[in-house]
Ligand binder design. Structure first.
Ligand code: TA6
Length: 319
């Protein structure tokens, strides 16, 4: 990406908007938004929301202090967009893996191929003093993926697809990923808004809303298990909750955050704990104490099939 040209173009289009800044952090370009009630930051790479803060309050989202801000390296934190598969491709439904028959699916990076592609900024609007709406998009075809020449570009996504991402920043943050099939054949995908939340300490975290639901334990041979009570943490947790509730509450000693999802029936809950933290890129050994991932997803059996002309939206609201 030509950073100078990108920044110049964005300034020319949006520089006059109240509370909008165009930022450059090492190799990445971001849109900064501040209004009367909140502030946020969205990187063009991966359309990744990196920050969301309500005025005079602690950050809602976690962002590692070891982020590299380099092209091709999705930030560790904020809300990465995992699409057109969640997690390791080979662990996805056969309807998804069969679309990659020409690629060795073992060597393909986890979490899809749009986290390290630069998205287009379609619009930034400030309909009122306390709401800012940013819309980004990605028109996917095999040419674009190859041009980006990123690690996953070996994985040819063979379908004409339009991704649109609408982010509304106010008292609440609402992020909506809409996938449209613009091809003449059906395709299937899995996805996640892989949200990292900032917490005072993982030992104080309680996630409620999941009791009596079933989850797949990615740390125990992908066995199905029952969630009896609220979720608390005293070790690494990596679970895909099936038929997850629409309303989830994340609490720590200082606050409670309500998460509402639409168009998603699966949610991933993850904390790497001590040992995995030492192996993660862009992550300090002790940062597992300050974060938890609650990911609004379309994963496992909750994958999405789109016929030509169809579209699906997955929405997360943080309140
Ligand atoms: O969503 C949980 C998870 O699949 C974990 O297994 C861990 O791999 C995490 O995502 C982070 O993945 P990343 O590719 O961003 O390092």
């Amino acid at each position: 990406m030509n950073i100078a040209k990108t920044i110049q173009n964005l300034y020319a289009r949006f520089g006059r908007l109240q509370g909008v800044t165009i930022e450059c952090q090492k190799e990445l370009v971001a849109i900064g938004v501040t209004n009367s009630v909140a502030s946020a930051e969205i990187f063009l790479q991966g359309a990744q929301i990196s920050r969301f803060n309500r005025k005079q309050q602690d950050p809602i989202l976690f962002l590692s202090r070891q982020c590299s801000y380099k092209q091709g390296q999705p930030l560790r934190g904020g809300i990465p967009i995992c699409w057109p598969w969640f997690g390791q491709l080979k662990k996805n439904n056969e309807k998804i893996t069969c679309q990659y028959k020409d690629s060795s699916i073992d060597s393909i990076p986890a979490h899809g191929l749009v986290r390290d592609i630069n998205w287009k900024v379609d619009s930034i609007e400030t309909p009122s003093h306390d709401v800012t709406v940013v819309e980004l998009s990605l028109d996917l075809n095999t040419k674009l993926i190859d041009e980006n020449n990123n690690s996953a570009s070996k994985t040819v996504w063979p379908f004409l697809t339009r991704l649109r991402y609408r982010v509304e920043i106010g008292e609440k943050l609402t992020a909506t990923l809409t996938v449209s099939n613009q091809d003449n054949q059906e395709f299937s995908y899995s996805a996640a808004l892989h949200s990292y939340f900032s917490v005072d300490h993982i030992n104080n975290v309680i996630i409620s809303g999941f009791s009596k639901t079933t989850y797949v334990d990615a740390l125990d041979a992908w066995k199905e298990k029952k969630q009896i009570d609220d979720i608390a943490f005293n070790k690494e947790v990596d679970r895909i909750y099936k038929s997850a509730p629409e309303e989830i509450v994340l609490s720590d000693r200082n606050r409670s955050i309500a998460l509402t999802s639409k168009g998603s029936k699966s949610t991933i809950v993850w904390n790497p704990w001590i040992e995995k933290s030492q192996r993660l890129s862009q992550f300090a050994d002790d940062e597992y104490q300050s974060m938890v991932c609650i990911e609004t997803a379309n994963a496992l059996d909750d994958f999405i099939r789109l016929k030509p002309g169809e579209a699906h939206s997955t929405t997360l609201t943080i309140a």
